[in-house]
Design a protein around this ligand. Structure first.
Ligand code: NAP
Ligand code: ZN
Ligand code: ZN
Length: 350
């Protein structure tokens, strides 16, 4: 029998969140049921709840930064047991047989993976995310959260952590490499911490200097305001890698001019508008403009273990169910330091 659980629901695009209930499927052979403790708020939740990326599925329960405790396991489950500290990120299933799934790059599954929310299971059922009290998922898409990281600061690692870790690793961030992180929000602040822990020289390119002190504390070596034209002169040709976490339109030619020979600028931010640039901005320095999308399951586990080994978690503000609408407004105004995390015990109606 499916279980009825409490959730925060947006009934239509841009609607306020309401306390309501959803059904979670019965725990199958390979499933684990998780008591959700914390759910991070990613800017992607806002894009989808407001239908900024195209048509979405409503009612919607967002949330793909989920941390909690296993409360039940199916008979065939081997990876997790009751009481384990676990997490779920951006997808809960994939085809498991395409070349990308077999290579552990399930985020690029050829059949299309099953998004944690605003998606459909391969059976056609809508998926509902982490702004809820419980979730049921296949054990292979559930991550282990190492003992060293508290669940509240671990939750944002399931998206913000892996989304920055994956391109930093792929493009070789490490000792001797100069990395710039554009935008110091949820993704950006994790990018700073992880790039620093990987041994790279890290520079933040933020709209203003208002978060400079924090940035330097989190591991940045340098911090510049992009509102100051001098920033683009001072850093011309400097960076091996620029990770862009901004979801607004940027003057890409100016950012590309900051890359050294063979440097790469990688988009993880997902603006709703098409972006433009002059091809000369690439050819002049054999530069690359690229994109990256979250990470695979094994890489996500590697990232969690890396963060535990380096004592890294997200900088968070824990909020209750009543504060989610306001948190969305604050994120859009770049007034977040640096991730809102919902205490899911506040979701059930009193
Ligand atoms: P966030 O917390 O809102 O951070 C974005 C940061 O961008 C802001 O804090 C701000 O930093 C900067 N910014 C905002 N508006 C700007 C503007 N008009 N011009 C320049 N900079 C601006 O968002 P997030 O959760 O980190 O997500 C960032 C983006 O990544 C979103 O588009 C999200 O959908 C996307 N995302 C992509 C993936 C993926 O796999 N590719 C995964 C997760 C999220 P400063 O104040 O420091 O400038
Ligand atoms: Zn996300
Ligand atoms: Zn696949």
């Amino acid at each position: 029998m499916p279980t009825t659980v409490s959730a925060l629901v947006a009934k239509s695009a841009g609607a306020s969140f309401e306390r309501s209930t959803i059904e979670r499927r019965d725990v199958g052979e390979h499933d684990v049921k998780i008591d959700i403790a914390f759910a991070g708020i990613c800017h992607s939740d806002i894009h989808q709840a407001r239908e900024e990326w195209g048509k979405a599925i409503f009612p919607m329960v967002p949330g793909h930064e989920i941390a909690g405790i296993v409360s039940e396991v199916g008979p065939a489950v081997t990876k997790h047991k009751v009481g384990d500290r676990v997490g779920i990120g951006c997808f809960v299933d994939s085809c498991r047989e395409c070349e990308y799934c077999l290579a552990g790059e399930e985020q690029f599954c050829k059949k299309g993976n099953v998004a944690t929310y605003n998606g459909r299971e391969y059976t056609g059922e809508e998926t509902y995310g982490g702004y809820s009290t419980e979730i049921v998922a296949d054990e292979n898409y559930v991550l282990s959260i190492p003992e060293g990281i508290a669940l509240d600061v671990a939750a944002p690692l399931l998206c913000a952590g892996i989304t920055t870790y994956s391109p930093l690793k792929h493009w070789g961030a490490g000792p001797g490499k100069k990395v710039a992180i554009v935008g110091m929000g949820g993704l950006g602040h994790m990018g700073v911490k992880i790039a620093h822990a990987l041994g790279a020289e890290v520079t933040v390119l933020s709209q203003s200097l208002s978060k400079q002190e924090d940035g330097l504390k989190l591991g940045a070596d340098d911090y510049f305001a992009t509102s100051d034209p001098e920033t683009f002169k001072a850093n011309r040709g400097r960076f091996d890698l620029i990770i862009n976490t901004v979801s607004a339109d940027l003057d890409l030619d100016r950012y590309l001019s900051l890359l050294t020979l063979n440097g790469s600028m990688v988009f993880v931010g997902l603006p709703e508008n098409a972006q433009t640039f002059r091809v000369f901005s690439l050819t002049g320095g054999r530069r690359s403009l690229a994109g990256s999308n979250i990470g695979g399951i094994s890489e996500t586990q590697e990232m969690l273990d890396f963060c535990a080994a380096h004592g890294l978690g997200a900088e968070i503000e824990v909020i209750g169910a009543d504060d989610v609408d306001e948190a969305y407004e604050r994120i859009v105004k770049s007034d977040v330091r640096y991730r809102f995390v919902i205490d899911t015990t506040t979701i059930p109606a009193a």
